[in-house]
Design a protein around this ligand. Structure first.
Ligand code: ADP
Ligand code: MG
Length: 719
């Protein structure tokens, strides 16, 4: 028996490129290899011998490219690519129209998997426009007699995430060896057995075997389900535990009478929407408890979260610190950028100017205080030291700022309520820092406009209660959204020019920063920020100021450009999706999104939110560089969906969890993201984690769980 902790080098002969590849995949020991899961399975039963293909078959073939070339189709000016592919049984032609780059992707001598319809032409057959995938080799050696079905091989053949030097096939064979010779009984299942039984999940050992060597499709699914559950279950445990930890601290009891709050609201120049009112009710009832609130307020851009933040801040500052008959409890309001901090400062002055309350703003570039001695309606610049002094003495009731706000140098007297706007990075560690020396912890409200499906919210914000604002204020002009085909480009520019000449501003969104690498097929046709800005200036909008904004610029450069755009010095801003969260420029009423089919619907919706702040009619034009009917249908949901949440759910159902790009964005693996599609599974993981911690808060009777939990990264990377 090989111990699973044995380094692979001690088990197999591993050459230098393999070593490098394994390192890249994070695989060191036999155990690591067993936990390198397939990303998918190929059904070998579906793979056909080329010699047996008949007209009308929907076939998958594996083979070697014998020749490939691109020419023009007959008399038409259409690029036509023709390849000949060979397996052990014969050869067949494959033909593609309009995809000249394929010849670069599948050079002569490479291996490929092709999937397509067998079509007849004269006396021979060919594959018409097959889907293709380059493979490093055939899925199993020719000598394995892939095409004899009597051999002992799984019909569901696992395909693994590869790395240079380590192919899927290499991984398959070495994993099979470990499954045969490794000490699988040493695997200790971190999921309590009652939970496994309750949800009919396979044990760890069984699941490991099934995920790598499924005898039938069900096995693979059951194993994946188990590991997905495990991942979500442990994320929930981490989150719930952090929450319990925070809730151990007492908080400030804030019991401002409802009538006073209603008075504050009655001064608004608008009537609250129902969800806004409900959010205020929920938050004020949380604030009245003596344990700290942890709540997430999700609502589309423009849904009026600031009014909720202001009203609940008002409730807080209407309360005196305990045992004191002067001063107020304090509020900190944290914004992601300086410009937004300043905007919030402006909004809060509007909301509070009738009250005797001091508001401060602190950013990297300076500090201000409202009201000013000379102008009771306005604010005045003050030194950082002075501001900090007033915050510490409690004279400033509300402090607004960027993350500078919670740095050590900023000391509050009685910070009772922290509002965090679009700061996904505000994690457990930062939260614990807010706990005061005397053990009291402030209430927390996180606000976000990022629409994500409910299952995902329940998972990544497992430690927060959820409040949704799923309705826009009435009377808002709807953004006119159009799906535009490439052929209509000139007409569109004419329409847009009219807006520009009326003094409006425009965003143009491109998926890339630089010119694409012509060797990468998927990069083709994707417009880049830099090239598009040049092109628009040279060929289309010569008379307008055009500038660019993208993620590779420094924060300072970005802020400067946004400032210039906000001041109207730039007419057209060509940008990557970085403008998703940023400043709102009310005069920008047009957004053009290039290659819209490449974006998720929720993301498009957020981009479109940038032009929603105006009294002028706003327009969103999505260029669809695709002839694919389904893609265009999908984009049309932008015209009909009621809000961002609906669109994020659509993303999930139409394109799958991958669309939500889990790993990168939320710290969840691709496998874990499979669970996100399943509300029952997410709810089960959440309930079980809650129950377990309720019965055994320190996990003293569940040491396996405790150990697994200690290995879990406690901070999930929010980006
Ligand atoms: P967000 O949710 O994006 O933070 P804001 O709070 O900035 O949205 O609100 C956007 C605009 O809508 C502000 O100008 C605000 O005054 C206005 N607003 C907020 N609530 C309502 C409402 N119920 N009816 C009409 N306008 C509202
Ligand atoms: Mg806001």
């Amino acid at each position: 028996m090989i111990s699973l902790n044995t380094p692979l080098e001690k088990i197999f002969r591993i050459n230098a490129p393999e070593k490098k590849g394994l390192k890249k995949l994070g695989i060191n020991t036999a155990k690591d290899l067993l936990f390198h899961f397939p990303s998918r399975y190929d059904d070998i039963a579906e793979i056909k011998n080329i010699a047996n293909l008949k007209e009308g078959d929907d076939a998958i073939v594996y083979g070697k490219i014998l020749s490939i070339k691109t020419g023009k189709a007959y008399k038409k000016n259409i690029p036509l690519t023709e390849a000949t592919i060979e397996d052990q049984t014969g050869t067949i032609k494959a033909v593609w129209f309009h995809q000249a780059y394929i010849a670069k992707m599948l050079p002569t001598g490479s291996f490929a998997k092709l999937k397509g319809k067998v079509t007849k032409s004269g006396s021979s057959v060919y594959l018409a426009n097959p889907e293709f995938e380059k493979t490093k080799e055939l899925p199993i050696d020719g000598s394995d007699s892939l095409f004899q079905k009597n051999i002992e091989k799984p019909f569901f053949y696992p395909i693994y995430p590869e790395s240079k030097g380590v192919s899927s096939r290499w991984l398959y064979y070495h994993i099979q060896e470990i499954l045969k010779k490794g000490d699988l009984n040493s695997l200790i299942d971190p999921i309590p057995s009652e939970i496994l039984k309750k949800y009919n999940l396979p044990t760890l050992k069984t699941a490991i075997v099934w995920i790598h060597s499924p005898k039938k499709e069900f096995d693979a699914q059951a194993a994946r389900k188990r590991f997905a559950f495990e991942e979500i279950f442990f994320i929930q445990l981490v989150r719930q535990k952090a929450r319990l930890e925070y809730e151990k601290n007492p908080s400030f009891k804030i019991t401002t009478p409802t009538e006073k709050i209603s008075e504050f609201i009655e001064r608004f120049p608008f009537k609250l929407t129902n969800p806004q009112q409900k959010a205020i009710d929920q938050i004020t009832s949380d604030l009245a408890k003596d344990k700290p609130m942890s709540r997430l307020l999700e609502g589309d851009v423009g849904s009026g979260k600031t009014a909720v933040a202001a009203t609940t801040s008002y409730a807080t500052i209407s309360t005196r610190p305990e045992g004191q008959d002067f001063g107020t409890l304090q509020v900190a309001y944290m914004a992601p950028t300086e410009i937004l901090a300043k905007q919030h400062f402006g909004s809060f002055i509007e909301y509070f100017k009738h009250l005797p309350v001091n508001i401060g703003v602190i950013t990297g570039s300076g500090c201000k205080k409202f009201p000013s001695k000379v102008d009771p309606e306005g604010s005045t610049k003050i030194s950082r030291a002075q501001l900090l002094k007033w915050v510490e003495s409690g004279e400033i009731s509300i402090l607004i700022g960027t993350h500078a706000l919670i740095q050590k140098t900023v000391k509050f007297k009685d910070l009772a309520y922290v509002i965090i706007d679009e700061q996904h990075r505000f994690g457990t560690a930062q939260r614990m820092k807010l706990v005061r020396k005397d053990g009291k912890a402030p209430h927390l409200l996180s606000m976000t406009a990022t629409p994500i499906p409910r299952t995902l919210a329940l998972t990544i914000y497992g430690d927060l209660d959820l409040t949704l604002i799923d309705q826009m204020p009435s009377g808002r002009k709807k953004i006119i959204t159009e799906i535009v085909l490439s052929a209509q480009r000139d007409d569109l520019y004419k329409k847009v020019r009219k807006e520009l000449s009326d003094g409006r501003q425009m965003y143009v969104i491109c998926a890339r920063i630089d010119e694409p690498d012509p060797n990468k097929a998927l990069a083709l046709n994707v417009r880049s920020v830099k090239a598009e800005a040049k092109r628009l200036k040279k060929d289309i909008f010569q008379e307008y100021e055009i500038d660019i904004l993208h993620s590779k610029m420094t924060p300072k450069e970005k802020e400067e450009t946004m400032q210039e755009f906000a001041e109207g010095e730039i007419n057209i801003l060509v940008a990557t999706s970085v403008v998703e969260v940023g400043v709102n420029v009310p005069n920008a009423t047009v957004i053009i999104i290039e290659g819209a089919e490449r974006f998720g619907l929720a993301q498009l919706h957020q981009l479109r939110g940038r032009v929603q702040r105006s009294n002028h009619q706003a327009y969103c034009y999505c260029f669809a560089d695709t002839k694919n009917k389904k893609s265009i249908e999908r984009l049309k949901a932008l015209k009909t969906a009621k809000n961002g949440f609906e669109l994020s759910e659509l993303d999930l159902s139409l394109r799958g969890a991958g669309e939500l790009s889990g790993k990168k964005q939320w710290g969840i693996s691709d496998l874990g993201m499979e669970a996100i599609k399943n509300i029952k599974m997410v709810e089960a993981a959440r309930t079980e984690a809650q129950n377990l911690l309720r019965e055994d808060p320190e996990l003293e009777n569940n040491l396996t769980v405790k150990e697994r939990l200690s290995m879990q990264k406690t901070e999930i990377h929010f980006e």
